[in-house]
Design a protein around this ligand. Structure first.
Ligand code: PXG
Length: 289
């Protein structure tokens, strides 16, 4: 596999980062997870825009322009003859001292990996996921803002550990007020009648690219789409609940904290949106070839 590293395409064995990189020492950096479908990169502009916003928020200057970064993502896919897969774009703070000060770091490190993606087993999309809400609260928005897609994922990892130890694969994190924020690596939606609801970013959610696409598709299907503050009550009593993310796409949640959601299978709205999403991945995106 060829990796893009700071301006060069190198073999993966040669793609190395210093042990003094603050991305490693402090989780100081930002990233994006992007999908390629049928020879096209899905929603690339939106992912690049979010990367630069995340970087801005942590006062990290990315040493290349957004336009060049877009070209680099496509070039890395081409170098690996990737048509369907997963692209990980990482910008670290770079090499620094054994101290927090980011301004002593020399040059941010830019990494693009175009590889395969680890997906949920296919039958889970038919059967739906079981979830639990966990005790680990989503980071407070004024501590580490969840809109920043940073390399510091311990909040999410701790939540995921709780989910796995509870015997399920994914969880829902609540914010410090007790309201629904998001899953450990996905956004959350509730279907209630003809309403399609998702928590606003200020409740502790990443402004997910898939979330945005699903809100557009939902509006196109005549659903009343809106951001709403949601509690666990809203999850338990929903007609349908589903998660969205670049890796998961759209996946139904059929059990939450042992309550059965709807009739216990992914509902009609979830299935209609999944079909529309799948169509969209066939029809749009930045061409690789
Ligand atoms: N919330 C969090 C905390 C995420 O990390 C999402 C929501 C969904 O956002 P998008 O823009 O993907 O719709 C994410 C996305 C991985 C991986 O390798 C993680 C994500 C995406 C792709 C791969 O774990 N997280």
């Amino acid at each position: 596999m060829k990796i893009y590293l700071n301006g060069a395409m190198v073999e993966e064995q040669e793609a190395r980062i210093s042990v003094f990189d603050h991305g490693l020492l402090y989780g100081d950096g930002v990233f994006e997870g992007i999908r390629a479908y049928h020879g096209r990169v899905f929603r690339l502009e939106e992912h690049i825009a979010r990367l630069y916003q995340s970087a801005k928020a942590i006062d990290l200057r990315i040493p290349v322009s957004p336009e060049d970064m877009t070209g680099t993502v496509v070039a890395t896919c081409r170098a690996n003859a990737l048509r369907d897969g997963y692209i990980r774009l990482v910008v670290t703070r770079g090499v620094g001292t054994l101290g927090l000060n980011p301004y002593l770091c020399t040059e941010p490190q830019v990494i693009v990996i175009a590889g395969a993606i680890q997906l949920y087993p296919k039958d889970l999309y038919e059967k739906g996921l079981a979830l639990v809400t966990v005790g680990t609260l989503r980071n407070h928005a004024e501590a580490v803002n969840p809109r920043i897609k940073s390399l510091n994922y311990l909040n999410n990892v701790l939540a995921k550990i709780e989910a796995i130890n509870a015997g399920v694969m994914e969880c829902i994190l609540l914010n410090a007020q007790g309201y629904v924020a998001e899953a450990s690596g996905d956004n959350v939606f509730v279907v209630r009648g003809d309403a399609l609801l998702t928590p606003p970013a200020w409740c502790g959610a990443l402004a997910g690219i898939t979330r945005e696409v699903v809100m557009e598709l939902g509006a196109g299907q005549g659903l009343r789409v809106r951001e709403e503050v949601l509690s666990r009550y809203d999850l338990y009593t929903a007609d349908e609940v589903f998660l969205t993310g670049t890796a998961a796409e759209i996946i139904g949640a059929v059990q939450i904290d042992r309550r059965t959601i709807g009739d216990g299978t992914p509902g009609p709205v979830t299935r209609r949106l999944s079909a529309a999403f799948s169509d969209l991945t066939r029809q749009s995106g930045t061409p690789i070839a």
